[in-house]
Design a binder for this molecule. Structure first.
Ligand SMILES: [Ca+2]
Ligand SMILES: [Ca+2]
Length: 371
């Protein structure tokens, strides 16, 4: 519209507008863009453009950069062949990036699926868990039946051919057992009171010192009382005590080495004697080989000749004290089971009024400990 010739009629109808105020050269040579376009046009059309020294310098720099460098960006962009190669390379790179991106996405989604997998596994586990309750349900049943099974389980008797471990000072207490009493394994009469250590333990005296006199006060021995059946006995402080069943019908006094002494309680029917009981529960043991024994508290019992099995009884129960060795087939603590049996008291047992004089020791070692 600006190129149009001014309408004379319009000029006449608008006399107050001074169009002459617009500079004649407003869209002319003073516009640097137009001037620049003119220069570009001259560069493209004229092989020998007329440039200012500064422009020529810039142009020379741009063009000369690629003269001897075919892979220069300028030449690559200008050359179709290189442009195609570059485009192809870009396509590969972009494809790799996009592919990598989707691969990671899929991988993440798979990883996200992994938690789902356990969810699938969980239902699989759930049935197992579902199966477990019945098993757990059976366990109490087994536990309930365990004492019954335990009560019916045969007694495991120790071999009759077991030897003792080293007893250096020959005082009837092995070197290992001497540690439990605090006595000297190289000194038969540790406290030098005229009575050998084994002798003192048999009578429940303290072998390691004249004071305290009683072994229960020495700190090396504790008293156990059965929570269900009420019997009591002494055992080494260093040993562990554990009931096998809930009713403490079967209790183990254990060493660190695995040897243990079991105290097991059996029901004794009213119409049954101990001999009847023995024939039922110890069919492989010779009843005649049992010797009559008496505890420190004058309660009567029976013992196998090697002092590895003891029996006591009251009106309703039989109590068996049984030594269990490890695979070594060596007895390390025979003096301990002797002490335990010698200290045994059934719940209802009342010691006779003629209590033993604790200051007097017998002159002869009992046969059972001389085995
Ligand atoms: Ca000894
Ligand atoms: Ca002594």
């Amino acid at each position: 519209m600006f190129g149009k010739k001014p309408d004379s009629s319009l000029e006449q109808s608008l006399p107050n507008i001074n169009v002459q105020t617009i500079p004649a050269d407003f869209y002319g040579g003073v516009n640097p863009v137009v001037k620049f376009k003119k220069v570009e046009k001259e560069v493209l059309l004229d092989s020998k453009p007329k440039l200012t020294p500064a422009e020529k310098k810039i142009l020379d720099k741009i063009t000369s950069a690629g003269n001897d460098q075919p892979l220069h960006a300028v030449n690559i962009l200008a050359n179709k062949k290189y442009a195609i190669i570059l485009g192809f390379v870009l396509f590969i790179v972009i494809s790799a990036v996009v592919g990598g991106y989707y691969y990671l996405q899929m991988r993440n989604s798979n990883t996200g699926t992994t938690p789902t997998a356990p969810e699938i596994t969980i239902p699989v586990t759930v049935p197992e868990t579902t199966e477990t309750p019945p098993v757990t349900t059976e366990v109490p049943t087994t536990t309930d039946s365990a004492p019954k099974f335990l009560a019916d389980a045969p007694i495991e008797f120790p071999s009759n051919l077991l030897g003792d471990s080293v007893d250096l000072d020959k005082d009837d207490i092995s070197d290992m057992a001497e540690e439990l009493f605090g006595s000297d394994p190289s000194k038969p009469d540790t406290d030098e009171d005229g009575y050998e250590d084994g002798h003192e333990v048999f009578y429940l005296y303290n072998p390691a010192g004249k004071e305290p006199m009683r072994i229960i006060e020495s700190g090396y021995v504790k008293e156990y009382q059965n929570p269900t059946f009420g019997y009591k006995l002494f055992y080494p402080t260093d040993w562990a005590v554990g009931a096998v069943d809930d009713t403490a019908r079967d209790v183990l006094f254990s060493t660190i080495t695995g040897e243990n002494i079991e105290v097991r309680t059996f029901d004794l029917p009213a119409n049954q004697t101990f001999a009847d009981w023995f024939r039922e529960w110890a069919p492989n043991q010779n009843f005649q080989n049992n010797i009559n024994v008496q505890t420190k508290f004058f309660e009567a019992g029976k013992s196998r000749a090697d002092s590895l099995v003891y029996y006591f009884a009251d009106s309703a129960h039989v109590y068996a004290i049984i030594y269990h060795t490890t695979d070594s087939n060596t007895v390390n603590f025979r003096s301990i089971i002797v002490m335990m049996a010698r200290s045994f008291r059934t719940a209802g047992f009342v010691p006779p009024e003629t209590a033993p004089d604790t200051s007097a020791f017998p002159t002869e070692m009992p046969e059972s400990i001389n085995q």
